[in-house]
Design a binder for this molecule. Structure first.
Ligand code: 1VU
Length: 310
């Protein structure tokens, strides 16, 4: 799937039934805004939310937002078809977030509906739509290989929905998040094994209280260590912190840049393994350094400036 360089550090949900939130979202800076038609919208507001989201999508992409996605209702809800039929009409639809993906058939359904709607509406010339699949239950977790292989032309990433997972498993979320360790690691590993570029971690549901900012930082750092490259957000106040932590830090970029530059000299001297600051550097470490530099450039950091410095 061609989305290798997509940056989705923060994915901010915006309830699709709230014109106030939809308007506000246009003023924010975020990699990805996900207009929500699912859990933040009551059954009575579903139809209205579809229209509001379609209207929001039809507006020009605000300059500080890289991507707008739509979270539709789950295939099992019976509402997904109506959601898709409405939002697919927007020429600006690029990304769908699909909740409660339990098996391959959920994604083949989406794939079939998209193909059918596009041909019915004569929209075949539009660009490819990408899908992020929400993993929310024990069944989803165990079906990850078939889910990841179901629609390789659509699937761009996996997203962990901790609250629904906790409900499914009858467990309670704790600040340590140890109850989610297996699920978080399995999701990040499955995404990597199937070459899916986006791995989006759980939401921090507490956002206004004392200590919530510190907890958010901890969650982001832990998710990053597990292999996630982004996090779901529910409030604008979370976005800047999330995007900062899911970008390489200045220290990381500096370390990586020194390695990328010194590596050339080591190679000229015929050294596959060499040392920097008392630590061995070899091929995997050089590869890691190259990825950090690429990611920094993607995040808009001044990589060229650093190159000159070193
Ligand atoms: O004063 P202003 O109107 O200019 O701005 C407010 C408010 O409108 C805005 N804001 C948002 N804008 C866009 N998207 C948002 N999600 C959003 N949240 C707030 O920010 C300014 C300050 O807002 P506030 O602090 O007064 O916040 P409220 O008390 O109004 O709202 C708090 C909640 C949590 C209700 C709100 O942030 C929200 O609805 N968030 C999204 C919830 C959601 O989508 N849940 C489902 C996805 S999570 C999930 O399913 C896990 C997998």
């Amino acid at each position: 799937m061609a989305a290798k360089n997509v940056l989705r550090r923060a994915v901010l949900y915006v309830p699709g039934s709230s014109q106030r939130f939809l308007d506000k979202s246009r003023t924010l800076t975020a990699d990805c805004i996900a207009y929500d038609l699912e859990d933040s919208v009551t059954p009575a507001k579903k139809a209205e939310a579809r229209k509001l989201v379609r209207k929001a999508l039809d507006q020009e992409l605000p300059p500080n937002i890289k991507e707008r996605a739509v979270r539709i209702n789950s295939v099992g809800s019976g509402l997904a078809l109506g959601d898709l039929e409405e939002v697919v009409k927007s020429a600006n639809l690029t990304t769908l977030v699909v909740p409660k993906v339990e098996s391959a058939s959920d994604l083949t359904f989406i794939s079939d509906v998209l193909a059918h709607s596009r041909s019915r509406e004569n929209l075949q010339e539009r660009g490819q739509i990408g899908v992020l699949a929400l993993i929310e239950s024990a069944k989803s977790l165990l079906n990850l290989p078939e889910i990841c292989r179901a629609a390789p032309h659509l699937l761009q990433g996996l997203v962990f929905a901790a609250e629904d997972f906790a409900l499914d498993m009858s467990i309670t979320r704790t600040p340590s998040l140890t109850e989610f360790l297996y699920a978080r690691q399995l999701i990040a590993t499955a995404a990597r094994a199937h070459n899916l570029p986006s791995t989006i971690d759980l939401v921090a549901t507490a956002f206004r209280g004392e200590g919530d900012e510190e907890a958010l930082v901890r969650e982001c750092e832990e998710g990053k260590r597990m292999g996630y490259n982004g996090k779901q957000c529910i409030h604008p106040s979370q976005v800047a912190t999330v995007q900062r932590i899911f970008s390489p830090s200045d220290a990381e970029v500096e370390w990586a840049m020194r390695i990328v530059i010194a590596q050339k000299r080591a190679e000229e001297m015929g050294k596959g393994a060499w040392s920097l600051d008392g630590k061995m550097i070899d091929k995997p470490v050089e590869g890691k350094a190259e990825r950090i530099v690429e990611k920094a450039a993607l995040c808009g950091m001044d990589v060229e400036g650093l190159k000159e410095k070193w």
